[in-house]
Ligand binder design. Sequence first.
Ligand code: FES
Length: 157
Amino acid sequence: MSVAFSEENLKEFNRLLTRYPDREAVILPSLHLVQQQYGNVSNEGIEYVAGLLGLSAARIEGVATFYTMYNRKPVGKYHVQICRNIACSLLGAEHLIDHVSGKLGVKPGQTTPDGRFTLLPVVCLGACDHGPAMMIDFELHGDLTVDGIDAILARYL
Ligand code: FES
């Protein structure tokens, strides 16, 4: 699939170029625009951003793969990320991942057949003092329990 910014995103990209001191600094927001428009950052998206910024695709890919907030593959309508880093693990994250996995009927890393949910264990959501933590799209949830997760997911099911 070829990637190209919509008129609105191209306008925003050009605004970003004037806002940041150099093109390197525009990599992150450009990747956000790609993900916002396409739902993920594909190889084509990386090449597109590289071309716009005049940087190598390898440089853009290095950034896109470093941050877990960029989806390198298509994800479901709702992107469920559960932290399995040390603080959350000690507070039972693995059990919660298993619970959500069973509830959605998918293994970690998979998307439900109806395309609604992708379950992805991640390393730290920046809410270590409120673990176990989960993020659905951009909504962060902390101090999770099985009952709490069930109540949250019920809003999306
Ligand atoms: S360790 Fe889970 S949010 Fe940081």
